[in-house]
Design a protein around this ligand. Sequence first.
Ligand SMILES: Cc1cc2nc3c(=O)[nH]c(=O)nc-3n(C[C@H](O)[C@H](O)[C@H](O)COP(=O)(O)OP(=O)(O)OC[C@H]3O[C@@H](n4cnc5c(N)ncnc54)[C@H](O)[C@@H]3O)c2cc1C
Length: 357
Amino acid sequence: MSVENQSTSCAIAGGGYAGLATAIELHRYAPHIRVTLFDKRKNHQKLTQWHKLARGKNIKDFEVPFQSLAQRFKFTFVQQDIDLDKLLQKPHETLLRKFDAVVVAQGSLSPHTMPGVVTLDMLRDDPNAIAKVRTIEKEHIAVVGAGPTGVQFAFELAARGNKVELIEAQDRVLPSFDASVGECAVKEAQKQNITLHLNTEFIRFEKPELILRKGNETARSTADYVLFVPGVRANPAFNCDLYGRITEISGERPECLFYAAGDNSYFSGRGLNAKSAQAAVRKGQAVARTLAADLSGKAAPEYVYQELGYFVSLGPKNAVGYLLSQKSAFSGRGALFMKEAVEKQYDLYLNGLPVYL
Ligand SMILES: Cc1cc2nc3c(=O)[nH]c(=O)nc-3n(C[C@H](O)[C@H](O)[C@H](O)COP(=O)(O)OP(=O)(O)OC[C@H]3O[C@@H](n4cnc5c(N)ncnc54)[C@H](O)[C@@H]3O)c2cc1C
């Protein structure tokens, strides 16, 4: 039976790239579904620009109040820190009302670490940590983790006149990409006097002493400030089918339909599963279409999105990345233009333009 004309409702837990894309697509293609978006924060955070805090930029440049997005895309916003384990067992009790469908899109968190270091989660929420990274100058900084987040922060911090050491446990920079991307970044790092420590594990920071491990040897160095960004983890994380439906909901008959999107989800099939904003947006869109199809008894389209490219900023004046093939890495003005164009595209999306077709 088609329920398109009946009042159906959907809850979205988490309003990052994935959750917001779900809300925007439902507004566009299934406006009959009443959407409530829950987030523990007051503002949507454009994380792909977060490294610009170390350029001295104001956090307000990268945040959008959920209330203004709720007005634009006609959803209800509720600020609530959701107990995600309970949500999966008892969604109605957790969200204090009944929903036909729930999309879980809580993203990921920084890994646990020792005291004394600064994590990405602190740079998202702690005003003192944010104030410090916006103003830090002429200090000796260790950045742990040479993935996109570590590389982007390292170049910003070096451009402000700090002495930067970039520490990576694996044998190359940007290890999740083809080696050519990292090689481009290494050449630029040398020009910025960023010191690289590859095959080096961070053990602890006892200010000012930095304790590292290289093979079986303990190595010591010093630092005034340690930024610990060796990657992020999603907990819980979900296996989904080809369409974004969670496949492993335990317990008896679930109270509603469950979907996941973003960093916390792995979709089976050939679509992109990277922990990236572009995968999060596309999965959020896919889940919106699946959910609308499920609630109206229609067939859902498969998630097939393939990556078009990826760009990592190397300070205010440079970037590195590739289009279509990771083997085609390039840096310089063209890459910087592409990186900024990707950010503009997302801003247009949040303003209501259909830029991700
Ligand atoms: C510095 C940096 C640069 C990056 N650059 C790029 C890039 O150039 N390109 C790219 O594609 N990707 C980039 N990424 C990765 C990208 O930002 C993430 O993959 C993306 O944010 C994932 O989107 P998401 O919606 O899954 O999670 P998030 O964007 O983290 O959103 C999750 C939301 O859920 C909310 N939430 C979490 N837990 C709860 C709870 N219990 N209850 C209620 N709400 C909750 C959070 O407040 C948040 O709003 C970058 C990341 C960083 C940190």
